[in-house]
Design a protein around this ligand. Sequence first.
Ligand SMILES: Cc1ncc(COP(=O)(O)O)c(C=O)c1O
Length: 482
Amino acid sequence: MEANGTSFLDKVLNIVKEDRSESVPLIQFKHPKDLEAILNLDVKEGVNDKELEACVREVLKYGVKTHKATFKNQLFCATDPYGLAGAWLAEACNTSQYTFEVGPVFTLIELRLLNHILKVFGIPNGDGIFSPGGSVSMMYGLVAARYKAFPEIKTKGMRNLPEMVIFTSQDSHYSIKKAAHWLGFGTDSIRIMPTNDHGQMLVEKLDEAIQIEKDLGRCPLFVNATAGTTVLGAIDDLETIADVCKKHGVWMHVDGCWGGSLMLSPKYRSKLKGIEQANSIAWNPHKMMGAPLQCSVFMVRDKGLLHEANCAAAQYLFAQDKFYDVSYDTGDKSVQCGRKIDSFKLWMMWKARGDLGLSELADRTMATAQFCIEAVASRPGFKLVSNVLQCPNVCFWYIPTFMRGKAEDEQWWEIMHKITPKIKELLILRSQLMVAYSPLLHHKNFFRLAFTFHPEVDNQEVLQMLQSIEQAGETVTMDMLT
Ligand SMILES: Cc1ncc(COP(=O)(O)O)c(C=O)c1O
């Protein structure tokens, strides 16, 4: 029995290649208990490589093929092949991104890439760090803002500080709630601003809300503006929010986890005008761009702040008497100790494609979304949630024939609320399409098709997706909804 695993790697690579063939279905859905009964999950007894190969095949067989165009379930997508190569290499090197001595090339890569990214986002003199995801980047933003306002937080904690308040929009990502909890603000410290019909924060309400908190003697600390909300893809009016933040002396953070990728395109970056005035920015290359999960960038305008706010100066790791220039030991800016080489995946993609190649992918993605929104607008039975394309998100309902021509009253919408998930279920069971759905405050469940850099999707495939939704929708009956 061979159990050293080395030759097993070659085998796995071939199995992955086979799994990527056209004929492999998007998903072979099984309910959890049924799937558990099929899979050989127990690890007590070791198996030989042949049996392990069979396990790998099962894992892939029942896994979701996120590299297919019909995977539209999330905001992440097929990986950029260069990014995947970077991910494999980084895993094979298995080192950590904290000191120059264990990751000399990766340290220089991270620094150079961050400098380039900071220029793209309009804060060339800022600083940044790769983090494990947008939710963690949100926490970095709050920690930086709080430390800037009250540096004594680091030693004394929150007990003698004024009550701090956080502002965000109704359509913003839920990670702000988790961050408020984890960092000790509490979710009651969050003020939720209403949005307009297109999902953008009402900035005059923000201005008023900040003033109210000031008048009550509280400390308005942090405004979370969103450039690309999770569902509608709304981009807040960043310029006006920046004015309001400056007027009140409040930290402006931009959650550009989704929409930040539009900064790569000279054609579309003006949609995020004002981002260059932010105090901090989060961007997830692992979403629209297709960097392999996880790859998130946190940026901050104030150069020394990340280090000051986060350093713990552990002597065994960040000793100052090493024989090389220790300013290249950048890991103490991070909340993590060991840190994956996420920068390398993105560097490989950028190196292969350059600014121009990436901008073309962004433009192609927006063009596909534009085609989709027009197709949805003109197709019988489809109804757009918003007809304004901000990010490449197209949101809509499909109204089956039996629901058409009736009064769209509360009862009608309650039925629509059930129809959308039912259509999704049918599409998954038929392995045709995995599409996201969501309600919003004023909307019952609707579909979201969000387009990404990878894989390339042609217009015919977009029409095919709409047709799949239509066909599944036409098989829904009232009996199925109870
Ligand atoms: C707008 C927005 N911000 C932040 C996040 C959180 O990112 P992550 O999943 O990397 O934690 C998401 C995730 O979907 C998002 O859509």
